[in-house]
Write a protein of this length. Structure first.
Length: 549
């Protein structure tokens, strides 16, 4: 991959000017390993804090970079002893906890490929991703063990490391910490090219199964300018990061966790069982958190708490948000209640964090999500990949090559080809750009549902609903919602002998929550006699959206 954007600024400088789009140069080395750069380079004996982990009972453990290096070296040896080798896939089905970080770092040092799995996924979602990726190893906890047990046959999964005692175990299960402590304490990382694969992050599409975006080690370098811009020249002395977003999502992993560790900035690990404004503000105050990535829905929920700075002693330096348009009112609330101007950023799993606003670097523009982050060539193009005139509505697209861009979809060459037009990767989003380079998001050009910051494909939900014995056919769309932007609505045709009553609504909702994912269940269900279809039998989603509005 050849990246050469002239002439001056080098990645990681954390200094940008208004004309930075034409004053930038990528510095992508031939060899680059995330495990070394996000861990080992800071392990200098100084006990520099890396992860500050708070448990649900309030107990706190601080893990230094020195400890993180030792633990990840040991677990890399554990994986190697189990036969996991360069290029093998390792599933990580954990929430925000130290074992998640250790596994990521160890896998990268080994040259293996991580497969982050969202902690709220159900058995069906887990089974598909493990099967599709061909994962040979999995790291999980007791709750994860139950879901993996329900997932059924996973013939390629040779070993499971459980980080805590579990009631349900499979024959290939072993104890994570017992194996780690018995392993040698030093490991020599594999030399990896910047273009060597490092992780598969799954994203839902418009039809069919979820697609795995395969990213190279360079993806971390590609994220750094966007993190620096959206967090006002991050890092600064005293910075400390947290996000309520799951580390399995690209927003939690590559917008927060790995960039912070790359810069030697400590990350707070605390997964809230339920998002609660008082718990969030208390966390910010207890740990002196200065930098946060909040999904828009989280900000909307925080807004219901009056005068938080009068109730909690917190001091934020930067807040960034992405996934949905914020709006002027929410940004104004942030200045008053949080004491910062919330910066909005944009990207997607295949090519993330390429657009951002910045309260310090250039003026804001109402209704805009910002401008292209230095180093990324973001344009509005037609369906053939030709740049359109300023103000014209078209596809938001990123010119290839770009270090933050995925290598390809895992085992899906056709979908990879369809993602590109000419020299550009098409995001699937519609927008326009003004003469000043400010980009406005106008919506999806497909059927993806945007809900509470998550992008949800309708097909897996429809398949899950139709596996219920009472359902004949179902279709799913997104409908407008004030809090979440959109919520999932299902139109269901029941088999004879079944009633479309409140009990059936509850049963179908629980079915999706337990089998697929808690964030994907239909919050609204309508029972209908038939679904609108075209002459060829294709479901007319536009008609369903109009019915559901």
């Amino acid at each position: 991959m050849s990246i050469d954007i002239q002439p001056r600024t080098v990645i990681g400088s954390a200094h940008y000017r208004q004309d930075e789009k034409t004053d930038y140069r990528w510095n992508i080395p031939e060899f680059f390993n995330i495990g070394i750069e996000a861990c080992d380079k800071w392990a200098d004996g100084s006990a520099r804090p890396a992860i500050i982990s708070e448990d649900a009972d309030g107990s706190v453990t601080t893990w230094s970079f020195d400890q993180l290096k030792s633990l990840s070296d040991q677990f890399a040896n554990v994986l190697a002893e189990a036969g996991v080798k360069r290029g093998d896939r390792i599933g990580i089905y954990l929430s925000q906890r130290i074992e998640t970080v250790v596994t990521h770092i160890a896998a990268y040092k080994l040259g293996a490929i991580t497969v982050p799995l969202f902690y709220l996924f159900g058995p069906d979602a887990i089974a598909y991703r493990l099967q599709n990726s061909g994962a040979t190893a999995l790291v999980t906890d007791a709750s994860g063990m139950e879901k993996v047990y329900l997932a059924g046959e996973l013939p390629e999964l040779k070993v499971i490391y459980c980080v805590e005692p579990a009631d349900i175990v499979l024959p290939q299960t072993t104890d994570f910490w017992d194996r780690l402590h018995a392993a040698p304490s030093l490991f020599t990382p594999q030399p990896t090219l910047a273009d060597d694969p490092a992780m598969i992050i799954y994203t839902s599409g418009t039809t069919g199964k979820a697609k795995g975006a395969l990213h190279a080690h360079r993806v971390l370098l590609g994220h750094l300018p966007g993190v620096e811009v959206s967090h006002d020249s991050f890092p600064q002395p005293g910075d400390r990061f947290w996000t309520p977003a799951d580390w399995a999502w690209i927003g939690g992993l590559l917008d927060v966790l790995l960039p912070s560790l790359f810069h030697g900035v400590a990350v707070v690990a605390r997964r809230l069982e339920k998002f609660d404004a008082e718990a969030v503000f208390g966390l910010l105050a207890r740990h002196g958190i200065r930098n946060v990535f909040f999904p828009p829905t989280a900000l909307k929920m925080l807004r219901s708490t009056p005068a938080p700075r009068e109730q909690w002693d917190f001091s934020l330096r930067s807040v960034a948000s992405g996934g949905e348009t914020l709006g002027d009112d929410l940004i104004a609330w942030g200045r008053q209640a949080l004491g910062v101007t919330i910066n909005e950023f944009y990207g997607q799993t295949e090519c993330n964090l390429v657009v951002s606003s910045s309260s310090r670097l250039y003026p804001s523009a109402s209704g805009s999500m910002g401008r292209a982050v230095p180093g990324h060539d973001v344009q509005i193009v037609d369906d053939d990949g030709h740049i359109v005139a300023p103000g014209t509505v078209g596809n938001i697209a990123i010119r290839s090559p770009d270090p933050v861009m995925f290598l390809h979809y895992w085992r899906n060459e056709e979908a990879t080809r369809e993602k590109f037009a000419g020299d550009f990767l098409l995001t699937g989003d519609l927008g326009n750009m003004d003469e000043g380079g400010y980009i406005r998001y106008l919506g999806r050009n497909d059927d993806v549902i945007t809900s509470a910051g998550y992008r949800i494909g309708p097909a897996p939900i429809e398949e899950c609903i139709m596996r219920h014995p009472a359902v004949r056919i179902a279709a799913v769309v997104g409908i407008a919602d004030e809090l979440r932007t959109e919520v999932v609505k299902a139109f269901v045709v029941l088999k004879e002998g079944h009633a479309g009553d409140a009990a059936m609504v509850a049963a179908l909702q629980q079915h999706v929550r337990s089998q697929l994912a808690a964030h994907e269940y239909p919050r609204v269900i309508a029972f209908v006699d038939a679904l609108p279809t075209t002459a060829t039998g294709k479901i007319m989603r536009k008609a369903l959206k109009e019915m559901g509005a």
